[in-house]
Design a protein around this ligand. Structure first.
Ligand code: F6R
Length: 609
């Protein structure tokens, strides 16, 4: 949610910042801007729209300067426009900053600064910060002016700030919005996440909430906002720039759909122990005793990660025998959840930075629950604030619509089910059966991917519809919800995901020849019930795409189009059935001509509540 990047070193800053913005663009693409410190002035260029519009505006002009900051925006306060774009400058054009987050007390700060004569150019909350720093900078040096300003701000921020009066410096600060400092040989890159840093260095430090970094050409210092020095650990990034590039695919989304066999392998490698019918999860070793005594798990997550949690609920209750509740993280802390040391609050998050999920975890920590994470982004805030957890190891997910993160989350949930199940009532035989079927999943996903051409043809037939209903039952009910979310995000077709058993209680009223349905109907324990549902739709003239199990010829009698998935255990079907739905959404979205990697109004990691 907004991407920020800053560069200080020996190279020209502008091209490095533009490149960094492109990597962060998935965080927001309402507008982009850049400020570079030159000899006696700061050059600022901004543009509404994507980073490519900013590049067009720069138009190949070479901007001199080795120190600069840049921003790609996901609008919160003030509509996307040049004047609302970052970087924001002070009255005299000395200080510029980029901000990710929300300043909650900006109205009162703005009016008191206006009384002191500050002139505001934008409608944003962010602009008050730069004027506040300007005010303190009248008497204090740059660093102390920033520290004093931060003491007055309420809200969240990731900030990078430059000042013409102290031109060889970037000051960065974090509270609630992530910041990573890349430490190169003779350069530093500060960014919202590591994807903008990894081209330059794999040595990084993650700033914590309440920390401020003063970065100069040949050194850096981290303090808290009271200027107390902090000792920071340097971490080595374990992924490469190639992993963050498209590698010949038209979109990151398609590349990431095709990466799923590897992502599932990577999530389970060294963890799935077929011979013992269990899983080993190093990240949970320290809490092994507490896990044995657990009474209850509350899964907190949002969007696609929430749907992974719903699948997890079925798995964990059926095979590990632990009561599970799944909560929208955005609702969790507004209730009065009853938690104790025998309750685990489990966050599922690709980015590890989703504000709602993070706050739910903090609530869990405050109330004495064990907090756990299934997180993809190494070193992210949720990973750091949970007591223990498991990384997905899916590699960077850049496409805004989540795909490989989802199947890798499901894979980790299966591992967790095996681990907890085998500590409880699950037999060795059952554990071994699940583990050996799980081993086959990556190959089975490949089989589904090999049908992508046929799925594209099916997608073409559905481009004209304005509404689609997605239906499934038991393990595949959350998959129906996820299929609907995927298509609405990237094709803007209205889609509803529904438990198929609920259809007759209302949604069936919508069905006619203009309202098709996608039915997730593998050969499982609810197959016959699903067939009845399909017949009810057919009787009302509705078209059906069925996601069915290989060899199920019967299904063709009830559906207009069928996409087959290989046979597996019922609990593992979601790992397969979601793949055709991702492809269907992708081909509908691209068929309608949309940029599916950057769907309108969305951002990859939602770091505001
Ligand atoms: C959907 C999607 C979002 C995210 C949600 C949670 O395709 O990407 O719904 O799943 O914003 O994000 P994370 O998993 O990063 O916490």
């Amino acid at each position: 949610m907004c991407g920020i990047v800053g560069y200080i070193g020996k190279q020209k800053a502008a091209p490095i910042l533009i490149e960094g913005l492109k990597r962060l663009e998935y965080r927001g693409y309402d507008s982009a801007g850049i400020s570079i410190i030159g000899k006696n002035k700061i050059t600022t260029i901004k543009s509404v729209g994507k980073v490519s519009s900013l590049e067009d505006k720069i138009g190949g002009k070479s901007i001199a300067g080795n120190v600069g900051i840049a921003h790609t925006r996901w609008a919160t306060h003030g509509k996307p426009s040049d004047k609302n774009s970052h970087p924001h400058g002070d009255c005299k054009g000395n200080i510029f900053l980029v901000h990710n987050g929300i300043i909650e007390n900006y109205i009162e700060l703005k009016s008191s600064l206006a009384k002191k004569g500050h002139k505001f150019k934008s409608e944003t909350d962010s602009e008050v910060i730069v004027h506040l720093i300007e005010e303190f900078n009248k008497k204090l040096d740059f660093k102390n002016a920033v520290l004093e300003a931060l003491k007055l701000i309420k809200g969240t921020y990731g900030l990078a700030i430059i000042n013409k009066k102290e031109p060889e410096k970037i000051i960065a600060a974090r509270l609630g919005s992530p910041l990573v400092l890349g430490i190169g040989g003779d350069e530093y890159v500060i960014a919202s996440d590591a994807s903008a840093v990894v081209r330059h260095t794999n040595q990084v430090i993650y700033l914590e909430d309440g920390e401020v970094a003063v970065i100069e050409k040949d050194n850096y210092e981290v303090t808290d906002i009271k200027d107390k020095s902090k000792n920071k650990k340097i971490t080595k990034l374990d992924w490469s720039i190639e992993e963050a590039e498209k590698q010949g695919f038209d979109h990151f989304m398609l590349k990431e759909i095709f990466e799923q066999p590897k992502a599932i392998e990577d999530a389970t490698r060294g963890r799935l122990v077929v011979s013992e019918g269990t899983a080993k999860l190093g990240g949970l070793r320290d809490v092994a005793d507490k896990l044995r005594k657990l009474d209850r798990i509350i899964i907190v997550s949002c969007g696609t990660s929430y749907y992974a949690g719903l699948v997890g609920e079925y798995m964990l209750e059926e095979y590990a025998g632990i009561p599970v509740e799944v909560e929208y993280a955005s609702e969790f802390r507004y209730r009065k959840p009853i938690l104790d040391e025998k309750t685990a609050v489990l966050a599922i998050s690709q980015s590890g930075e989703t504000a709602d999920t993070l706050e739910a975890i903090r609530e869990g920590n405050n109330k004495g629950a064990i907090t756990l994470g299934i997180v993809n982004t190494v070193g992210s805030t949720i990973a750091r604030e949970t007591t223990a957890g498991v990384y997905n190891h899916a590699g960077p997910e850049i496409g805004v619509a989540s795909t490989k993160a989802f199947t890798s989350q499901l894979s980790v949930l299966i591992l967790l089910t095996l681990l907890l199940g085998r500590q409880r009532q699950m037999s060795y035989v059952m554990g071994k059966r699940i583990a050996s079927e799980m081993k086959k999943i990556p190959k089975q996903v490949e089989e589904i991917l090999s049908q992508s051409k046929e799925i594209k043809k099916i997608a073409k037939k559905y481009l004209k519809y304005k509404n689609i209903l997605y239906l499934g039952r038991k393990y595949n009910e959350p998959i129906a919800l996820e299929g609907a979310l995927k298509i609405k995000e990237i094709s803007y077709i209205h889609a509803e995901g529904y438990p198929s058993g609920e259809m007759k209680h209302g949604p069936i009223a919508l069905i006619d020849e203009n309202f098709p349905s996608v039915f997730v109907v593998p050969k499982d324990s609810v197959y016959e019930k699903n067939i009845s549902g399909m017949q009810e739709i057919k009787a009302r003239g509705g078209k059906i795409i069925a996601i069915a199990t290989e060899g199920d010829k019967e299904i063709k009698k009830h559906a207009d189009d069928v996409i087959y998935i290989p046979k597996t255990l019922e609990m593992l079907t979601p790992l397969l059935s979601v793949v055709p739905l991702q492809l269907l959404a992708y081909y509908v979205g691209t068929g309608l001509g949309y940029d599916v990697d950057k769907p309108r109004n969305l951002a990859k990691s939602v770091t505001v509540e």
